[in-house]
Design a protein around this ligand. Structure first.
Ligand SMILES: Nc1nc2c(c(=O)[nH]1)N[C@H]1C(S)=C(S)[C@@H](COP(=O)(O)O)O[C@H]1N2
Ligand SMILES: [Mo]
Length: 425
Protein backbone atom coordinates (compact mmCIF):
# COMPACT_ATOMS: atom_id res chain seq x y z
CA UNK A 1 0.00 0.00 0.00
CA UNK A 2 1.25 3.45 -0.82
CA UNK A 3 0.17 6.58 0.96
CA UNK A 4 0.24 9.54 -1.35
CA UNK A 5 1.38 12.92 -0.15
CA UNK A 6 -1.80 15.03 -0.60
CA UNK A 7 -4.17 12.95 1.62
CA UNK A 8 -1.56 12.91 4.40
CA UNK A 9 -1.23 16.69 4.34
CA UNK A 10 -4.96 17.31 4.28
CA UNK A 11 -5.69 14.89 7.15
CA UNK A 12 -3.01 16.66 9.21
CA UNK A 13 -4.64 19.94 8.46
CA UNK A 14 -8.03 18.61 9.52
CA UNK A 15 -6.58 17.41 12.79
CA UNK A 16 -4.97 20.72 13.65
CA UNK A 17 -8.00 22.75 12.62
CA UNK A 18 -9.99 20.95 15.28
CA UNK A 19 -7.92 22.29 18.17
CA UNK A 20 -8.59 26.02 18.06
CA UNK A 21 -5.43 28.09 18.45
CA UNK A 22 -3.31 25.35 16.90
CA UNK A 23 -5.10 25.92 13.59
CA UNK A 24 -2.80 28.88 13.07
CA UNK A 25 0.10 26.46 12.85
CA UNK A 26 -1.47 24.25 10.15
CA UNK A 27 1.07 23.53 7.44
CA UNK A 28 3.95 25.07 9.42
CA UNK A 29 5.60 21.82 10.41
CA UNK A 30 5.95 20.30 6.91
CA UNK A 31 6.43 16.69 8.06
CA UNK A 32 8.44 14.81 5.44
CA UNK A 33 6.97 11.78 3.75
CA UNK A 34 9.76 9.25 4.41
CA UNK A 35 8.95 5.86 2.95
CA UNK A 36 10.73 2.62 3.74
CA UNK A 37 13.46 1.65 1.31
CA UNK A 38 14.25 -1.82 2.67
CA UNK A 39 12.64 -4.06 5.27
CA UNK A 40 12.17 -1.37 7.96
CA UNK A 41 9.02 -0.98 10.02
CA UNK A 42 8.07 2.12 8.05
CA UNK A 43 5.24 2.80 5.63
CA UNK A 44 4.36 1.23 3.25
CA UNK A 45 5.61 -1.93 5.05
CA UNK A 46 3.54 -3.66 7.72
CA UNK A 47 5.65 -3.37 10.95
CA UNK A 48 6.78 -6.58 12.64
CA UNK A 49 4.77 -5.83 15.80
CA UNK A 50 1.59 -5.84 13.73
CA UNK A 51 2.36 -9.34 12.43
CA UNK A 52 2.57 -11.15 15.78
CA UNK A 53 0.82 -11.55 19.14
CA UNK A 54 1.83 -9.20 21.91
CA UNK A 55 2.48 -9.95 25.60
CA UNK A 56 -0.32 -11.50 27.61
CA UNK A 57 -2.27 -9.72 30.33
CA UNK A 58 -0.63 -11.16 33.44
CA UNK A 59 2.98 -11.06 32.33
CA UNK A 60 3.38 -7.74 34.12
CA UNK A 61 1.05 -7.59 37.13
CA UNK A 62 2.61 -4.20 37.92
CA UNK A 63 3.26 -2.18 34.77
CA UNK A 64 6.41 -0.35 33.75
CA UNK A 65 7.08 2.33 31.13
CA UNK A 66 8.04 1.22 27.62
CA UNK A 67 11.68 0.04 27.38
CA UNK A 68 12.13 2.82 24.82
CA UNK A 69 11.66 5.34 27.66
CA UNK A 70 14.63 4.01 29.66
CA UNK A 71 16.34 7.41 29.54
CA UNK A 72 13.53 9.03 31.55
CA UNK A 73 14.92 8.48 35.04
CA UNK A 74 15.86 10.29 38.21
CA UNK A 75 19.49 11.29 38.21
CA UNK A 76 21.87 12.44 40.91
CA UNK A 77 24.99 14.58 40.82
CA UNK A 78 27.84 12.48 42.14
CA UNK A 79 30.05 15.28 43.42
CA UNK A 80 27.21 17.04 45.20
CA UNK A 81 26.93 14.81 48.26
CA UNK A 82 29.38 12.66 50.19
CA UNK A 83 27.18 9.57 50.48
CA UNK A 84 24.29 7.98 48.58
CA UNK A 85 22.19 7.86 51.75
CA UNK A 86 22.37 11.55 52.57
CA UNK A 87 21.76 12.68 49.03
CA UNK A 88 19.31 13.81 46.41
CA UNK A 89 18.03 12.59 43.04
CA UNK A 90 16.37 14.93 40.55
CA UNK A 91 13.03 14.74 38.73
CA UNK A 92 13.50 14.53 34.92
CA UNK A 93 11.37 17.65 34.28
CA UNK A 94 12.32 18.01 30.58
CA UNK A 95 10.78 14.60 29.81
CA UNK A 96 7.50 15.19 31.62
CA UNK A 97 4.21 16.58 30.34
CA UNK A 98 1.20 17.95 32.22
CA UNK A 99 1.45 18.62 35.95
CA UNK A 100 1.50 15.23 37.71
CA UNK A 101 4.87 13.62 38.41
CA UNK A 102 4.81 9.81 38.01
CA UNK A 103 5.64 8.32 41.43
CA UNK A 104 8.75 6.51 40.21
CA UNK A 105 10.21 9.76 38.85
CA UNK A 106 9.73 11.96 41.93
CA UNK A 107 12.99 13.49 43.13
CA UNK A 108 14.15 12.05 46.44
CA UNK A 109 15.87 13.78 49.29
CA UNK A 110 16.97 11.54 52.16
CA UNK A 111 19.25 12.31 55.08
CA UNK A 112 19.85 8.67 56.07
CA UNK A 113 18.55 6.59 53.18
CA UNK A 114 15.15 4.95 52.65
CA UNK A 115 14.03 2.81 55.60
CA UNK A 116 12.02 -0.36 54.93
CA UNK A 117 9.07 -0.01 57.27
CA UNK A 118 6.54 -2.75 58.04
CA UNK A 119 3.21 -0.91 58.16
CA UNK A 120 1.89 -3.45 60.70
CA UNK A 121 4.60 -2.38 63.13
CA UNK A 122 4.55 1.34 62.36
CA UNK A 123 2.86 3.72 64.79
CA UNK A 124 2.15 7.46 64.84
CA UNK A 125 2.36 9.02 68.30
CA UNK A 126 0.71 12.33 69.23
CA UNK A 127 1.71 13.75 72.61
CA UNK A 128 2.91 16.91 74.40
CA UNK A 129 0.39 19.67 75.05
CA UNK A 130 -2.69 17.55 74.32
CA UNK A 131 -5.50 16.30 76.55
CA UNK A 132 -5.11 12.66 75.47
CA UNK A 133 -1.78 11.33 74.13
CA UNK A 134 -2.61 8.86 71.35
CA UNK A 135 -0.92 6.13 69.32
CA UNK A 136 -2.36 5.38 65.86
CA UNK A 137 -1.91 2.25 63.76
CA UNK A 138 -2.00 2.55 59.95
CA UNK A 139 -5.50 0.99 60.05
CA UNK A 140 -6.60 3.75 62.44
CA UNK A 141 -5.29 6.46 60.11
CA UNK A 142 -6.98 5.04 57.02
CA UNK A 143 -10.30 4.72 58.88
CA UNK A 144 -10.63 8.49 59.48
CA UNK A 145 -12.42 10.76 56.95
CA UNK A 146 -9.98 11.26 54.05
CA UNK A 147 -8.98 14.07 51.69
CA UNK A 148 -7.00 14.23 48.42
CA UNK A 149 -5.06 17.17 47.00
CA UNK A 150 -2.70 17.66 44.09
CA UNK A 151 0.31 19.45 45.60
CA UNK A 152 3.83 20.34 44.58
CA UNK A 153 6.69 19.60 46.94
CA UNK A 154 9.97 21.47 46.45
CA UNK A 155 13.23 21.14 48.36
CA UNK A 156 14.33 24.67 49.30
CA UNK A 157 17.79 23.71 47.98
CA UNK A 158 16.32 23.52 44.45
CA UNK A 159 18.61 25.66 42.30
CA UNK A 160 20.99 26.14 45.23
CA UNK A 161 24.03 25.47 43.03
CA UNK A 162 23.29 28.57 40.91
CA UNK A 163 23.73 31.39 43.46
CA UNK A 164 27.23 32.34 42.34
CA UNK A 165 26.71 31.76 38.62
CA UNK A 166 25.25 29.28 36.14
CA UNK A 167 26.62 25.87 37.00
CA UNK A 168 24.44 22.91 36.05
CA UNK A 169 23.87 22.62 32.31
CA UNK A 170 20.56 20.79 32.59
CA UNK A 171 17.02 21.63 33.63
CA UNK A 172 16.79 18.33 35.53
CA UNK A 173 19.56 19.62 37.82
CA UNK A 174 18.75 23.34 38.02
CA UNK A 175 15.06 22.75 38.85
CA UNK A 176 14.44 19.01 39.39
CA UNK A 177 14.04 19.11 43.18
CA UNK A 178 10.30 19.50 42.75
CA UNK A 179 7.48 17.02 42.20
CA UNK A 180 3.70 17.23 42.07
CA UNK A 181 1.46 14.33 43.06
CA UNK A 182 -2.04 13.63 44.23
CA UNK A 183 -1.76 13.02 47.98
CA UNK A 184 -4.43 11.29 50.07
CA UNK A 185 -4.69 11.02 53.81
CA UNK A 186 -6.38 12.38 56.91
CA UNK A 187 -6.29 16.06 57.80
CA UNK A 188 -3.89 16.64 60.65
CA UNK A 189 -6.54 18.83 62.34
CA UNK A 190 -8.77 15.74 62.55
CA UNK A 191 -6.09 13.79 64.44
CA UNK A 192 -5.24 16.76 66.66
CA UNK A 193 -8.91 17.21 67.54
CA UNK A 194 -8.95 13.54 68.55
CA UNK A 195 -6.06 14.18 70.92
CA UNK A 196 -7.44 17.53 72.15
CA UNK A 197 -5.15 20.55 71.64
CA UNK A 198 -4.36 22.38 74.89
CA UNK A 199 -4.72 26.21 74.69
CA UNK A 200 -1.02 26.82 75.48
CA UNK A 201 0.12 24.76 72.45
CA UNK A 202 1.58 27.04 69.72
CA UNK A 203 4.09 24.83 67.87
CA UNK A 204 4.29 21.25 66.69
CA UNK A 205 7.31 18.98 66.39
CA UNK A 206 7.22 16.36 63.61
CA UNK A 207 9.67 13.47 63.57
CA UNK A 208 10.52 10.75 61.05
CA UNK A 209 11.26 7.07 61.71
CA UNK A 210 14.32 6.98 59.43
CA UNK A 211 17.91 6.85 60.73
CA UNK A 212 18.10 10.66 60.37
CA UNK A 213 15.15 11.05 62.80
CA UNK A 214 14.30 14.15 60.77
CA UNK A 215 12.73 16.66 63.16
CA UNK A 216 11.21 20.04 62.39
CA UNK A 217 9.11 22.61 64.27
CA UNK A 218 5.94 23.87 62.56
CA UNK A 219 3.58 26.58 63.89
CA UNK A 220 0.33 25.04 65.15
CA UNK A 221 -1.73 27.41 62.99
CA UNK A 222 -0.38 25.72 59.84
CA UNK A 223 -0.94 22.28 61.35
CA UNK A 224 -4.61 23.13 61.98
CA UNK A 225 -5.05 24.84 58.61
CA UNK A 226 -4.18 22.43 55.80
CA UNK A 227 -1.56 19.80 56.75
CA UNK A 228 -2.38 16.25 55.67
CA UNK A 229 -1.08 13.01 57.20
CA UNK A 230 -0.79 11.07 53.92
CA UNK A 231 -0.72 7.36 53.18
CA UNK A 232 -1.35 7.49 49.41
CA UNK A 233 0.42 9.11 46.45
CA UNK A 234 -1.01 9.16 42.93
CA UNK A 235 -3.73 6.71 43.93
CA UNK A 236 -1.63 3.98 45.51
CA UNK A 237 0.18 3.68 48.82
CA UNK A 238 3.12 6.09 49.13
CA UNK A 239 6.37 4.87 47.55
CA UNK A 240 9.11 3.92 50.06
CA UNK A 241 11.25 6.82 48.79
CA UNK A 242 8.45 9.31 49.47
CA UNK A 243 7.78 8.16 53.04
CA UNK A 244 5.95 4.80 53.13
CA UNK A 245 3.76 4.14 55.01
CA UNK A 246 2.95 7.70 56.11
CA UNK A 247 4.29 11.22 55.56
CA UNK A 248 3.22 14.73 56.40
CA UNK A 249 2.27 17.09 53.57
CA UNK A 250 2.58 20.76 54.45
CA UNK A 251 1.10 22.53 51.38
CA UNK A 252 3.33 25.22 49.85
CA UNK A 253 6.02 24.99 52.55
CA UNK A 254 9.65 24.04 52.04
CA UNK A 255 10.18 20.34 51.35
CA UNK A 256 12.17 19.72 54.51
CA UNK A 257 9.16 20.16 56.84
CA UNK A 258 7.20 17.54 54.85
CA UNK A 259 8.51 14.81 57.15
CA UNK A 260 8.53 11.31 55.66
CA UNK A 261 8.10 8.03 57.58
CA UNK A 262 6.20 10.13 60.15
CA UNK A 263 6.29 8.57 63.63
CA UNK A 264 5.82 11.35 66.18
CA UNK A 265 3.99 14.64 66.60
CA UNK A 266 4.52 16.63 69.77
CA UNK A 267 2.73 19.86 70.65
CA UNK A 268 4.58 22.57 72.59
CA UNK A 269 4.64 26.30 73.15
CA UNK A 270 7.86 27.15 71.23
CA UNK A 271 10.04 25.78 68.42
CA UNK A 272 12.54 23.06 69.34
CA UNK A 273 15.57 24.54 67.51
CA UNK A 274 16.67 21.23 66.01
CA UNK A 275 19.64 20.86 63.69
CA UNK A 276 17.50 21.09 60.52
CA UNK A 277 16.18 24.53 61.54
CA UNK A 278 19.42 26.06 62.88
CA UNK A 279 22.56 24.68 61.22
CA UNK A 280 20.61 23.67 58.07
CA UNK A 281 17.62 25.12 56.25
CA UNK A 282 18.40 28.68 57.31
CA UNK A 283 19.33 31.45 54.84
CA UNK A 284 22.67 33.22 55.32
CA UNK A 285 22.01 36.90 54.53
CA UNK A 286 24.57 39.47 53.25
CA UNK A 287 24.96 40.96 56.76
CA UNK A 288 26.15 37.58 58.06
CA UNK A 289 22.95 36.85 59.97
CA UNK A 290 20.95 33.73 59.24
CA UNK A 291 17.25 33.98 58.48
CA UNK A 292 15.29 31.19 60.16
CA UNK A 293 11.94 29.53 59.41
CA UNK A 294 11.53 30.63 55.79
CA UNK A 295 8.65 28.21 55.43
CA UNK A 296 6.62 29.42 52.43
CA UNK A 297 8.08 28.81 48.96
CA UNK A 298 7.89 31.90 46.77
CA UNK A 299 6.77 31.65 43.16
CA UNK A 300 9.15 29.90 40.79
CA UNK A 301 9.06 28.70 37.17
CA UNK A 302 11.21 27.16 34.47
CA UNK A 303 10.99 26.56 30.74
CA UNK A 304 11.29 22.79 30.26
CA UNK A 305 11.34 23.05 26.45
CA UNK A 306 13.66 24.19 25.03
CA UNK A 307 16.35 23.53 27.65
CA UNK A 308 19.89 22.08 27.60
CA UNK A 309 18.56 18.50 27.45
CA UNK A 310 15.98 19.38 24.77
CA UNK A 311 17.55 21.42 21.97
CA UNK A 312 15.69 22.80 18.94
CA UNK A 313 16.52 19.92 16.66
CA UNK A 314 14.53 20.79 13.54
CA UNK A 315 16.20 24.09 12.64
CA UNK A 316 14.15 27.25 12.29
CA UNK A 317 10.36 27.06 12.33
CA UNK A 318 7.55 26.25 14.73
CA UNK A 319 8.11 25.10 18.31
CA UNK A 320 5.94 25.15 21.42
CA UNK A 321 7.70 26.61 24.44
CA UNK A 322 6.65 24.58 27.49
CA UNK A 323 7.28 24.99 31.16
CA UNK A 324 6.13 24.73 34.75
CA UNK A 325 5.31 27.34 37.38
CA UNK A 326 4.42 27.00 41.06
CA UNK A 327 3.94 29.05 44.20
CA UNK A 328 3.64 28.18 47.87
CA UNK A 329 1.31 31.16 48.28
CA UNK A 330 -1.51 29.78 46.16
CA UNK A 331 -2.46 29.76 42.49
CA UNK A 332 -0.31 30.91 39.61
CA UNK A 333 -2.03 33.94 38.09
CA UNK A 334 0.15 34.53 35.03
CA UNK A 335 3.38 33.33 33.45
CA UNK A 336 5.31 35.63 31.11
CA UNK A 337 7.89 34.36 28.65
CA UNK A 338 10.74 36.40 27.19
CA UNK A 339 12.80 35.41 24.15
CA UNK A 340 15.29 38.27 24.42
CA UNK A 341 16.57 38.05 27.96
CA UNK A 342 13.83 40.05 29.64
CA UNK A 343 13.42 43.09 27.33
CA UNK A 344 10.05 41.96 25.97
CA UNK A 345 7.49 39.64 27.54
CA UNK A 346 4.47 37.68 26.28
CA UNK A 347 1.90 35.96 28.49
CA UNK A 348 1.84 32.18 28.15
CA UNK A 349 -1.27 30.02 28.06
CA UNK A 350 -1.96 28.24 31.38
CA UNK A 351 -3.30 24.69 31.32
CA UNK A 352 -6.48 24.23 33.35
CA UNK A 353 -7.07 23.35 36.07
CA UNK A 354 -4.76 25.86 37.74
CA UNK A 355 -4.60 24.49 41.29
CA UNK A 356 -3.41 26.18 44.44
CA UNK A 357 0.07 25.03 45.53
CA UNK A 358 0.38 22.67 42.55
CA UNK A 359 2.57 22.71 39.45
CA UNK A 360 0.99 24.73 36.64
CA UNK A 361 1.82 23.98 33.00
CA UNK A 362 2.33 26.90 30.63
CA UNK A 363 2.78 26.96 26.88
CA UNK A 364 3.60 29.52 24.20
CA UNK A 365 3.78 28.96 20.42
CA UNK A 366 7.05 30.19 18.89
CA UNK A 367 8.36 30.40 15.35
CA UNK A 368 12.13 30.42 15.71
CA UNK A 369 14.02 32.46 13.09
CA UNK A 370 17.31 30.69 13.78
CA UNK A 371 18.85 33.64 15.63
CA UNK A 372 20.30 33.30 19.15
CA UNK A 373 17.62 33.74 21.82
CA UNK A 374 17.56 34.17 25.59
CA UNK A 375 14.49 32.28 26.81
CA UNK A 376 13.10 33.09 30.26
CA UNK A 377 9.90 32.63 32.22
CA UNK A 378 8.53 34.75 35.05
CA UNK A 379 5.72 33.53 37.32
CA UNK A 380 3.21 35.82 39.03
CA UNK A 381 1.04 34.28 41.74
CA UNK A 382 -2.37 35.24 43.09
CA UNK A 383 -0.78 37.21 45.94
CA UNK A 384 0.72 39.53 43.27
CA UNK A 385 4.27 38.31 43.93
CA UNK A 386 6.48 38.49 40.81
CA UNK A 387 9.33 35.99 40.41
CA UNK A 388 12.56 38.04 40.62
CA UNK A 389 15.55 38.19 38.29
CA UNK A 390 18.78 36.71 39.64
CA UNK A 391 20.09 40.29 40.12
CA UNK A 392 17.05 41.32 42.15
CA UNK A 393 17.33 38.19 44.31
CA UNK A 394 21.06 38.66 44.89
CA UNK A 395 20.51 42.32 45.84
CA UNK A 396 18.44 41.17 48.81
CA UNK A 397 19.97 37.80 49.61
CA UNK A 398 23.64 38.07 48.60
CA UNK A 399 25.37 34.97 47.23
CA UNK A 400 26.10 32.94 50.37
CA UNK A 401 22.72 31.24 50.49
CA UNK A 402 21.95 27.68 49.55
CA UNK A 403 18.19 27.66 49.99
CA UNK A 404 15.22 29.48 48.46
CA UNK A 405 16.70 30.41 45.08
CA UNK A 406 13.67 31.13 42.91
CA UNK A 407 15.15 33.54 40.35
CA UNK A 408 14.11 33.58 36.68
CA UNK A 409 16.08 31.00 34.70
CA UNK A 410 17.72 31.96 31.40
CA UNK A 411 18.36 29.44 28.62
CA UNK A 412 20.52 30.65 25.72
CA UNK A 413 19.41 29.16 22.41
CA UNK A 414 22.37 29.02 20.00
CA UNK A 415 22.05 29.23 16.20
CA UNK A 416 22.68 25.46 15.92
CA UNK A 417 19.68 24.85 18.21
CA UNK A 418 21.70 23.75 21.25
CA UNK A 419 20.73 25.32 24.57
CA UNK A 420 22.88 26.44 27.52
CA UNK A 421 22.28 27.53 31.09
CA UNK A 422 23.39 31.17 31.40
CA UNK A 423 22.85 34.08 33.75
CA UNK A 424 22.27 37.66 32.56
CA UNK A 425 24.09 40.13 34.79
N1 LIG B 1 12.06 11.54 57.74
C1 LIG B 1 12.55 12.32 56.79
N2 LIG B 1 11.73 13.20 56.19
C2 LIG B 1 12.20 14.00 55.22
C3 LIG B 1 13.57 13.94 54.82
C4 LIG B 1 14.40 12.99 55.44
O1 LIG B 1 15.59 12.84 55.13
N3 LIG B 1 13.86 12.20 56.42
N4 LIG B 1 14.01 14.84 53.86
C5 LIG B 1 13.24 16.09 53.74
C6 LIG B 1 13.65 16.94 52.65
S1 LIG B 1 15.04 17.86 52.88
C7 LIG B 1 12.87 17.09 51.53
S2 LIG B 1 13.26 18.23 50.35
C8 LIG B 1 11.67 16.25 51.30
C9 LIG B 1 11.84 15.46 50.01
O2 LIG B 1 10.70 14.71 49.74
P1 LIG B 1 10.72 13.61 48.59
O3 LIG B 1 11.83 12.64 48.89
O4 LIG B 1 9.38 13.04 48.55
O5 LIG B 1 11.03 14.32 47.32
O6 LIG B 1 11.45 15.32 52.38
C10 LIG B 1 11.75 15.83 53.65
N5 LIG B 1 11.33 14.88 54.63
MO1 LIG C 1 15.21 19.40 51.22
Amino acid sequence: MRVAAPPLRSSRRGLLAGVGAAAATAGLLHPRLALAKGGENLPPNVPEWTRMLGAGVSEKPYGNPSPFEKHVVRRNVEWLTATEQSSVSFTPLPDLEGIVTPSGLCFERHHAGVPEIDPQQHRLIIHGMVDRPLIFTMDDLVRFPSVSRILFLECPANGGMEWKGAQMNGCQFTHGMVHCCEWTGVKLSTLLAEAGVRPEAKWMLVEGADGAVMTRSIPLAKAMDDCIVCYAQNGERIRPEQGYPVRLMVPGWEGNVNVKWLRRIKLGDRPWQHREETSKYTDLMPDGKARQFTFVLDANSVVTFPCPEKPLKFGKGFYEIRGLAWSGRGRIKRVDVSLDGGDNWQSAQLQEPVLSQALTRFRLPWTWDGAPALVQSRAIDESGYVQPTIDQLRAVRGVNSIYHKNAQQTWRVNPDGTVNNVQIL
